[in-house]
Design a binder for this molecule. Sequence first.
Ligand SMILES: Nc1nc2c(ncn2[C@@H]2O[C@H](COP(=O)(O)OP(=O)(O)OP(=O)(O)O)[C@@H](O)[C@H]2O)c(=O)[nH]1
Length: 177
Amino acid sequence: MDGLGLPYRTEAPGVDEHVPADLPADEAVRMLAVRKARAVQERHPEAWVLGADQLVEVGQDVLGKPRDRDAARTQLQRLLGSTHVIHTAVCLLGPGGHHSETVEDTRLTFFPVPPEELERYLDTGEWEGCAGSYRVEGRGQALLQKLEGDRTNVQGLPMLSVVRLLRQAGFDLFARP
Ligand SMILES: Nc1nc2c(ncn2[C@@H]2O[C@H](COP(=O)(O)OP(=O)(O)OP(=O)(O)O)[C@@H](O)[C@H]2O)c(=O)[nH]1
């Protein structure tokens, strides 16, 4: 968002992030992005609010942020040598009842690596705060064999989708300051 040059503030939505356990990942992130955006909009009814949520889907498993190193190891063991999808939903709410939303999917394939290399990657601490326990902009790029889709999506906010929603809502992204 800094790179986009739009003035913005961040605010924690403070919502309950539980969703039905059997909800597909893309529906879960969509539900949470809307729930987050609505919570902030209630506090700032005249503002434009962008809510987002991200989950990793690999096979039948849905991964959020690991709670500790052991959970991160288990996540990465699931991802290494396979292909997974990062689903990020974004919801844009604005004055006059504007509501637009979308889900951006990025497919990533990781190299299979030996347990010792996995432990060294865990030592970097990049697993903290990231769904899937890796950061593709950091040392995690050494795990990455193939990426299909929006790379910014993997870093938390899918800027292709964000720019499209902002433009569709009438934002001038090169407004004179
Ligand atoms: N690679 C990478 N991913 C990031 C980074 N920051 C956030 N993310 C990803 O974006 C997701 C959401 O990031 P947060 O900043 O925790 O956003 P949030 O909406 O407060 O998260 P929750 O409240 O847990 O839903 C995380 O699960 C990460 O996967 C970053 O610096 N690098």
